[in-house]
Every structure is written in C-alpha cells, then in structure tokens.
Ligand binder design. Structure first.
Ligand code: SF4
Length: 321
C-alpha cells in the first residue's frame, strides 16, 4: 500500500506566558517527537488517555494549530511548510470528524447549508450538482434528502454524527481524521457509526487516522495502532501485534481494560497507579516510569529509544531495547 501521509518527529509545544509582557516561562510539551505513516485505504488508531497529545497530533497534522517542528509529508509534499493558500487547497483532501456531534454543527444552519457550505467555499458542485451532491451524501450516511431541510437540534446524537461524517466527505477527501468520533455516543449507537465508517472507507478508499482513548473502540476498525503516552508514541504495530502480542507495559494495562466477549476467557486487570503526569514537567527518563509496574533502575535515568521489533512493530521500553 502506498504511503499517503508521513509524519516525522512532529512536535507541538505550547508556550506558557506570564506577566504583562507575556514572558515565556515554560512549555506544555503536548506532542514531543511523534512519527508515523498512514497508508492508502488503511486505518491507523491513535490511542491513549486524556492529555496524552493524540488530539493535538491530529490538529497539528491538519495544521489547525501551529506546530513547533517536524515534517508532515502528504504525497511527498511537506505541508508543515507550505503557504496558507496551498494549505487551503490541501485541506480539501484532509478532513476531520469532531468528537462532539452536539457542538460541532452550527445550530443556525440547516443540514443542506452545513453540507453545502464547504462546497461553496471551494467553488465545487455549482447549480443543481450541489443539491444532488447533498442528497448523495445524506443517503451514504443513512439519512434521506428530506433531512436536509432540518436543523441539527431536530436530530439524535447518532444522526448528528452522521451529518458530521457527511460534512467531512463533502469535498471527496483522501484522509479523514476522526477525533473520538463515537465516544460521545451511546454504546448501542457506537457500533452503527463504526460500521458506517467501515462501509464508507470501502466505498471511497478513505484512509483514517482514528483517535480514541481506549483500545476497545478501535478494535474492530484499525489495521494498525499507535499507543501514545505523554506526547510520545510508546508502541506501534499491526492490530495482531498490539492486541495479541503487546510489548509495552502501558499497552498491556490499556488492553487489560478491554472487555472480552467470551465469558470463559478471563484477563487479569492491570491497574495503573496515579494519573498521567503533567506535560509541563514530564518525568525524567522513561515518562511512564512513575506508573510502570515493570520499572527497572535505568528507567528513571535514561530515555528509552523507539526499538523496531519484527515487521511494523515498534516499542519504546528498555525491556525490549
Ligand atoms: Fe516501564 Fe522501564 Fe519500560 Fe518505561 S522503560 S515502560 S519504566 S520498563
């Protein structure tokens, strides 16, 4: 599969300003050297607890927030460095589905206006093509053209997320970043939306970067998974490698919380002590050492490198360095 997106050593550090002069007194190291690739037609899950930097990574890749350093190659072009006009053109090919279907849709616009707005902005689908395109999109996400005349408040949460997905598809993108697209929905609706995303991926050949806070959500949809902790990827691999042969103690802990549908199979739950440390003062050495059940003497002194294991499998831990 062809590589569509290649992110190299991406950093997003937010300055902390103080006083009338706005002196910089420190940084929030939200994303601290993240590298991954996204191939044509695949789904990469980006998983980690709140505050680990996964959403910031997604927004940084789309350049919806300024990045500090690193390369973001889309089809070989470094979009971290292109001018605003070029980025605007590229944004058509890279869209986002937001987490909250309640706040991500303008309550004053009808669904027809919400879906037509990006087409108007890019001067696409003029005249009758516009309404035909909107009807097409609504049908693809399981709604009907009649829904186009209604306002967001007239829909359930699951239907609003379908509208959000239709809006993301309006410009015929290649890459869709899903920022926790099902976490605000009822569990019964989550499966419907995940199946819808899978159907749309098959039909339109989309590549997904799917952000989620636990491994259960991405289990049925991801080809590969990257696990993030405190601004860094600590393990990355195929579905099989991450779910069946996890190597990093943090991945093992996340996996231990994923329910198993077979009542005969049990899994020992690994409870991590404490919370994720502040990204303003990340711990020395391995960032995970204060919570790691397998820490060793070296772990609070040195940073573990990202080590390649077999195939696509990579892990950042001295146990495997
Ligand atoms: Fe745990 Fe040490 Fe591995 Fe970090 S490097 S995950 S502290 S064993």
């Amino acid at each position: 599969m062809k590589t569509l997106l290649q992110v190299d050593e991406l950093k997003v550090h937010f300055p902390i300003k103080k006083g009338l002069l706005g002196r910089t007194v420190g940084y929030v190291y939200a994303v601290d050297g993240v590298s991954f690739t996204l191939r044509e037609g695949e789904t990469l899950g980006l998983v980690g607890e709140s505050g680990c930097g996964k959403t910031t990574t997604g927004l940084g890749v789309l350049r919806l927030i300024p990045t500090t350093s690193g390369r973001i190659l889309y089809n070989g072009e470094d979009i971290a460095r292109v001018k605003a006009q070029r980025m605007r053109e590229l944004r058509r090919e890279m869209q986002i589905i937001f987490q909250d279907p309640y706040s991500s849709l303008n309550p004053r616009m009808t669904v027809n206006q919400i879906l037509g707005d990006p087409m108007d902005t890019f001067g696409l689908y003029p005249g009758r093509q516009r309404s035909e395109r909107i009807a097409f999109l609504l049908e693809k996400v399981g709604l009907s053209p009649e829904h186009g005349r209604r306002y967001p408040h007239e829909f359930s949460g699951g239907q609003r997320q379908r509208i959000g997905i239709a809006r993301a598809l309006a410009l015929d993108p290649k890459i869709v970043i899903g920022d926790e697209p099902v976490s605000a929905l009822d569990v019964s609706i989550q499966a419907q939306i995940i199946n819808l995303l899978l159907d749309l991926q098959r039909e339109f050949g989309l590549s997904y970067l799917l952000i989620a806070h636990d491994l259960a959500v991405v289990e049925y949809i991801c080809d590969r998974v990257a696990v993030m902790y405190l601004g860094k990827i600590v393990e990355m691999g195929t579905y099989e490698q991450i779910y069946n042969h996890p190597k990093h103690p943090y991945t093992e802990a996340l996996l231990s919380a994923v329910p198993i549908p077979d009542p005969k199979v049990t899994r020992r739950r690994i409870l991590l002590q404490g919370d994720v440390p502040s990204p303003i003062h990340p711990p020395a050495g391995c960032h995970f050492h204060p919570r790691c059940p397998k820490r060793m003497d070296i772990c609070d002194k040195e940073r573990p490198p990202l080590t390649s294991l077999t195939g696509d499998h990579q892990v950042r831990c001295f146990l495997h360095a």
